[in-house]
Ligand binder design. Structure first.
Ligand code: SAH
Ligand code: SF4
Ligand code: F3S
Length: 483
């Protein structure tokens, strides 16, 4: 595995640039007589979100304040390329900043993330969106201070797309976590699987695992800081290696045994790589969530082969059944693509068959979206939008029913819930998750309410909740006690 570590002198440049930026924004704040504000919009997956948290940490260290309402002085759009509609969203949103950028020449508009690894997107920004100040890609994230400073000094649009797959662990400043109880912890970057439909290996580069000891240090710091939940992240966590050995089971066990976390989550697991050992470790550690995300993509062996997903329907079913056997109160979620080129009705029925046999507790379902540059984009046998929509809605109908049934099975039980905060739309209702990742909306009886607490003050606390009623996407309940 080739990993390009950031050189010492580059790190010094990052630190120097950060100090200069701090001075620049301080003086801008004095001349404007107010705080300088920022916003970061995240378009993609949890890795994208984790990158946004790092960028926010850097901005805060330059003295910027998060913008709550007015137009911010600095905007970062952290893009995603995984499907066409994610890309369309960016180009739709860019226009909305045009007037604001003209109005104040000190304002900065920055575009980064996976879309910026696709040349056509960068070219389109250069051509049609001259008011974008800076463009860079995910592998360049650690160099953001250097690039931002360069841009501010030279007053012209700056695009900087890297060619190496860096691993830049030790250059990062404080991370601004979105939730006070949950920490996203990338354990590896990139992907070597090259599923034929997927753009990620092109945007995120080759697989590279973070240093084991550095991850352990992160976990210790997070545990000391009182984080209740960690999420170990990678495109395929099972190919995490350290000292050139497959190491994910060891990492998961150490995370569960050496620290004080209430919930350890991990994403994603490739069905070709997940081992029985991982499922055994999940079953024997209460603080590892009883939830496995296992992306199926298709139930047809023929389509799986065309997707370059080297497992069969039978192997997938075997893994899913083993999980159900070992963790009977656990939940399984998945990703499914309908309408891959050449998918026949029979292939689609194989997918439905797996969905019914496994009874996924939840699923992310997608219509195939051709990604330029991938192998599948050149394949024959594209489906018509009508067939695609028809299969998609048939799948959704079955899956919605399964999700509802999974919620119904909770009714009458009492389980531990990690409180995430106020339920949207109702300040008397709290929301949280079970270990099986079921979404729970619940009330607190008056005698359990903590004086002076608003709903969001309960965020990060653990409690016992009795489940009373199932809804399509959540379960209602009543809190019984704090734990
Ligand atoms: N590494 C993760 C997936 C990351 S992308 C994994 O392998 O599980 C998240 C999901 O987006 C994929 O699982 C897939 O279902 C979907 N996806 C990826 N490329 C797609 C495409 N071209 N069209 C439709 N869905 C796609
Ligand atoms: Fe994409 Fe496949 Fe890698 Fe997941 S494993 S990121 S779907 S190439
Ligand atoms: Fe999107 Fe990049 Fe994640 S393409 S799904 S943001 S790895």
């Amino acid at each position: 595995m080739t990993v390009v570590r950031v050189k010492g002198e580059d790190m010094i440049a990052v630190k120097d640039a950060s100090s200069e930026l701090k001075a620049y924004f301080e003086s801008l704040s004095r001349s404007k007589g107010r705080d300088i504000t920022y916003t970061v919009r995240t378009y993609g997956c949890q890795l994208n979100e984790s990158d946004s948290e790092k960028l926010e940490g850097m901005l805060i260290s330059f003295g910027l304040k998060k913008c709550e309402d007015s137009i911010p002085d600095l905007v970062i759009l952290n893009t995603c390329s995984v499907r066409e509609n994610a890309e369309d969203r960016l180009f739709g949103n860019l226009g909305e900043f045009k007037a604001a950028m003209r109005e104040d020449s000190d304002r900065l508009l920055i575009v980064c993330g996976c879309m910026m690894k696709v040349k056509e997107n960068v070219d389109r920004i250069k051509k049609s969106f001259p008011y974008v100040d800076l463009v860079f890609d995910p592998q360049n994230l650690h160099r953001f201070p250097v690039l931002l400073l360069q841009k501010i000094k030279r007053h012209k649009q700056l695009t900087d797309i890297s060619i190496d797959d860096y691993i830049a662990d030790d250059t990062l400043l404080d991370i601004r976590r979105q939730r006070k109880f949950r920490a996203l912890v990338p354990i590896m970057y990139g992907c070597n699987n090259f599923c034929t439909y997927c753009i990620v290996p092109y945007t995120r580069g080759r697989e590279r695992s973070r240093d084991y000891e550095l991850i352990m240090k992160d976990l210790k710091d997070l545990s000391d800081a009182g984080y209740k939940e960690i999420m170990l992240l990678g495109q395929n966590v099972n190919s995490y290696t350290a000292y050139d050995k497959p190491y994910f089971p060891q990492l998961l066990r150490d995370a569960a045994e050496k620290f004080d976390f209430k919930r350890i989550r991990f994403m994603s697991s490739h069905p070709k790589d997940i081992s029985d050992e991982v499922i055994d470790i999940m079953a024997s550690h209460d603080n590892i969530e009883k939830h496995l995300h296992l992306p199926l993509q298709s139930g047809s062996d023929r389509i799986l082969k065309a997707m370059n997903r080297p497992y069969t329907k039978e192997k997938f079913l075997k893994t899913a059944m083993r999980f159900r056997e070992m963790i009977s109160d656990g939940s399984l979620s998945t990703d499914i693509i309908v309408g891959f080129p050449g998918e026949t009705e029979e292939d689609f029925l194989e997918t439905l068959d797996v969905v019914k046999k496994v009874g996924f507790d939840s699923a992310f379902t997608f219509q195939y979206s051709p990604r330029p540059g991938t192998v599948a984009a050149k394949m024959e046998g594209r489906l018509s939008p009508e067939v695609m929509r028809d299969r998609f809605s048939r799948l959704l109908e079955i899956q919605n029913d399964l999700a509802y049934r999974s919620n119904q099975a909770k009714v009458g039980k009492t389980e531990d819930v990690l409180i995430e905060g106020e339920s949207s739309g109702d300040s008397n209702v709290l929301t949280g998750r079970t270990s099986s990742f079921h979404l729970i909306n619940f009330t607190i009886p008056d005698e359990l309410k903590i004086e002076g607490y608003s709903s969001n003050d309960y965020e990060g606390m653990m409690c016992r909740v009795r489940f009373t009623e199932a809804r399509p996407y959540s379960v209602d309940g009543i809190m019984e006690s704090f734990i």
